[in-house]
Design a protein around this ligand. Structure first.
Ligand SMILES: NC(=O)c1ccc[n+]([C@@H]2O[C@H](COP(=O)([O-])OP(=O)(O)OC[C@H]3O[C@@H](n4cnc5c(N)ncnc54)[C@H](O)[C@@H]3O)[C@@H](O)[C@H]2O)c1
Length: 354
């Protein structure tokens, strides 16, 4: 390995931005880009002055490539990761880790067997505000958690589902999930990161406004090991697009989050940090509101050296052995939750997360 970490970026839809990131990241070197679609490959080759490789196997055979970044359709992520890991490459991949838990298991196993880095690129994990919320919840800033709700109400037209390479992959169960697996996976990841392991789920999915095999709306209930519950609504039918809101209610306060920003972070003056489920109302008057304090996100810690993005994260992991923000085990958790909701939607029963 040279001093710089050599990257190949595979899949040049959203992967093109990640290829540009390699050029902007200290310690990273973009060695090649790969895509089976010649027009896209040539366009990036010219724009970034980098070699385009059509065949993925040729990427894996190259000795000057240390890290393979996978930005191909979701159902290909883990099978391509296994090939790369067995060829001795570290791997990062966009979300979701895959659409099947079994595929995630195979990639985790290959990373372990070859002692290589496997990371999932969740952009939210590189936002300081999300770490501050995590730290605030851990420290009991809003008391023990009653429940949370996640409402993702996005808009995607039929053209979005009909496009892509291979054509229409976003609409098919074999290559992608629906609103929950494709879009909401980012926010389900936040929920499980902030609130801890999910024990079981029940849910229902449906297709309302698109001609697709996958769902464009889902509603589910997540029960956490901590006994907290979260209601999750996802859709790509919402016109207008209302973005995503997550609200977490604790016995002493509330955190509201919308599209990577805190919109409300407030607690009662008198903290009930004993883990009880009843607020300590200090005011004698019936229905009188306790005094509130505005909490400041910056009072809660972020990791000292939070990488700016997945490329910087991979450089730190490969060169210095630092842990990545989301490894294979962590990335698999959202796939487990989502697969369980899809299963529950078929049977109508609660599904345990094993
Ligand atoms: N913000 C995010 O995190 C974010 C945003 C968009 C998409 N994504 C994810 O990125 C992935 C790709 O989405 P997209 O919107 O860029 O799709 P896309 O269809 O625009 O691009 C996928 C590319 O992969 C290429 N490809 C397919 N099979 C290949 C193979 N075997 N070898 C080499 N190249 C191959 C295609 O030719 C195409 O150019 C999906 O998993 C999606 O969920 C993540």
């Amino acid at each position: 390995m040279t001093d710089e970490v050599g990257f190949a970026i595979v899949g040049l839809g959203m992967g093109r931005g990640r290829a540009e990131m390699c050029n902007e990241t200290f310690g990273a070197r973009l060695v090649a880009v790969c895509d089976i679609w010649e027009e896209r490959g040539r366009a990036v080759e010219e724009a970034l002055d980098v070699e385009w490789i059509r065949d993925y196997q040729d990427v894996l055979a190259r000795e000057d490539i240390d890290v393979v970044g996978l930005f191909t359709p979701s159902g290909l992520h883990c099978s391509m990761a296994v090939e790369a890991l067995n060829a001795g490459k570290h791997v990062c991949m966009t979300k979701p880790m895959d659409i099947r838990v079994a595929a995630c298991n195979a990639a985790i196993q290959a990373a372990e067997a070859n002692d290589l880095v496997l990371a999932i690129d969740f952009e939210s994990r590189y936002q300081a505000v999300n770490h501050q919320i995590h730290a605030a919840l851990q420290s009991g800033a809003i008391g023990s958690i009653i429940f949370a709700d996640l409402r993702m109400k996005k808009f995607r037209g039929q053209d979005y589902y009909d496009s892509g390479v291979p054509e229409g992959w976003r609409s098919r169960r074999s290559t992608e999930g629906g609103s929950l697996a494709n879009q909401a996976v980012h926010y389900v990841d936040l929920l499980q990161w902030w609130l801890g392991p999910v024990e079981r789920v029940v849910g229902s999915t449906g297709t309302f406004a698109h001609n697709i095999e996958t769902e464009d709306a889902s509603i589910s209930l997540l029960q956490f090991e901590s006994e907290t519950q979260a209601a999750v609504l996802t859709t790509t039918c919402s016109f207008p697009d209302l973005g995503t809101v997550i609200e977490v209610n604790g016995v002493n306060g509330t955190i509201c989050w919308k599209d990577q920003e805190i919109t409300l972070f407030e607690a009662t003056q008198t903290r009930n940090v004993d883990g009880g489920h009843r607020p300590n109302y200090v005011h004698p008057g019936y229905m009188q509101q306790p005094e509130s304090v505005q909490l400041k996100p910056e009072d809660f810690a972020t990791p000292e050296e939070l990488p700016a993005n997945i490329i910087e994260d991979m450089v730190g992991a490969v060169v210095e052995g630092k842990p990545v923000q989301c490894d294979g085990y962590e990335g698999r958790k959202t796939v487990q939750i989502i697969e369980a909701v899809y299963e529950s939607s078929k049977t109508g029963d609660w599904v345990d997360i094993s």
